[in-house]
Design a protein around this ligand. Structure first.
Ligand code: F3S
Length: 402
């Protein structure tokens, strides 16, 4: 690989052992991927949740911190595997929580910003069109590539921290313009689309596209960022879509010809019937009455929490049931200042800030869940051996509240 003078100095160890080791590993990966050089990345979304990193990942981050490793670009990380504020009260295992706290200490030593969310774009980390970043977490990657027009691969967790220490990633995959060209065309012909429909369209898109880049036609310009967030997260969970283009909506589809003058390899249509059929399939067979409603995958935005509070107005979570909202600490703090958090708590709705149910244990012994998220619906049944109902937010409220 061709190195700049700065990179040569890093490799010589002039900037410390942690950086040297990190760049050495990235170089080996780059050579295996036949990258000819590095790109400089302007931010990193890493991972430090015990549920996926386990002991080996914890030890690795602690080792990098002990070697004096420091992030040289703004670095955030995915949700943690426990809700920091209420894990004890909720009955999470103490040993498990201790390991998560050790990871928290390690990332602070490394200089990461402890935001603990899969939506760093709601927390002030907003890359520009064309900017190179190294983000892990498939839903955030999809949002960054597709909605913001930034450039990142689905960075493996092990490499993200190395990118944070060096500010570099091998130049491969979606960092290259020629690898961002759409391959298949999907026409959405389904009339008016609900919030839930965007999740379902994402699930269908992922199944059709696999790892290919789809160009979607028929998404109205009134679509919200939250809708696009769900579309991307769902497509990344049913397939491995890291980038989609939405005609007239996403930046590359506005600024360029996403097919670069070529014909699509294949063309598909998603109809209203396809969406309804897929939505029905996403509810587990034999799902019983929901005991727990879970929303916020990816993390709920402030606007979504406000909408939920409106839907829950005048209702209370029924005895023996629960309602959990996964979101950022920033949204929790805003809801507190707006008086909404107190109202939700009064209604029995619990804000679970900085964590996520896919990468944490499910406490409480619940067996039947309901969600408004395509990604939760895809992952939770196998993750926790539960049954799921997939439904609109309003139905989640009605299922566990009176
Ligand atoms: Fe975020 Fe967890 Fe869903 S990381 S996208 S809330 S699976």
């Amino acid at each position: 690989m061709k190195l700049t003078d700065t990179e040569k100095r890093m490799l010589d160890g002039a900037q410390g052992e942690a950086k040297q080791m990190a760049l050495e590993i990235l170089m080996q990966i780059g050579e295996a991927l036949e990258a000819d050089s590095f790109v400089e990345v302007s931010s990193v979304q890493a991972m430090a949740h015990f549920g996926s990193l386990h002991i080996a990942g914890r030890d690795w981050l602690e080792k990098l911190a002990c070697l004096g490793g420091k992030c040289c670009v703004p670095t955030t990380q995915d949700p943690a595997s426990i809700p920091f504020k209420c894990w004890k009260e909720m009955g999470y295992d103490e040993e498990y929580a201790k390991n998560q706290y050790r990871l928290s200490e390690a990332i602070l030593k490394l200089g990461e910003m402890p935001k603990w969310s899969c939506t760093p774009y709601y927390q002030g980390t907003i890359p520009r069109v064309g900017q190179n970043i190294a983000w892990a977490e498939s839903s955030a990657v999809s949002f960054a590539n597709s909605v913001l027009g930034a450039r990142t691969n689905r960075t493996p967790a092990g490499l993200a921290v190395l990118a944070a220490l060096t500010g570099r990633m091998p130049k491969y995959g979606l960092y290259l313009a020629e690898n961002r060209i759409a391959q298949i065309k999907i026409n959405i012909e389904a009339g008016e689309l609900s919030d839930l429909d965007y999740n379902t369209i994402g699930i269908i898109t992922g199944k059709i596209a696999g790892a290919k880049i789809p160009a979607l036609y028929g998404i109205p310009s009134s679509v919200t960022n939250d809708n696009l967030k769900y579309l991307g997260a769902s497509a990344a969970s049913s397939g491995s879509v890291a980038l989609y283009h939405a005609d007239g909506v996403t930046p590359e589809a506005i600024l360029t010809d996403v097919f670069a003058g070529k014909r699509p390899e294949e063309e598909f249509v998603i109809t209203r019937k396809d969406i309804n059929d897929e939505a029905e399939k996403m509810t587990s067979q034999g799902a019983g009455e929901a005991e727990l409603a879970v929303v916020g995958c990816p993390h709920y935005s402030s606007e979504e929490v406000i909408k939920l509070a409106e839907l829950a107005e005048g209702k209370k979570v029924s005895d023996g049931k629960a309602f959990w909202v996964f979101t950022t600490a920033e949204t929790e703090s805003l809801m507190e200042r707006m008086g909404i958090k107190a109202k939700l708590e009064e209604a029995g709705i619990r804000i679970m800030a900085q964590t996520c149910l896919v990468i944490s244990p499910l406490v409480g012994g619940y067996k039947n869940l309901i969600t408004d998220s395509g990604k939760f619906a895809s992952y939770l049944p196998s993750e926790h051996n539960i049954k799921i109902r997939y439904a609109r937010t309003k139905e989640c409220v009605e299922a566990v509240m009176k």
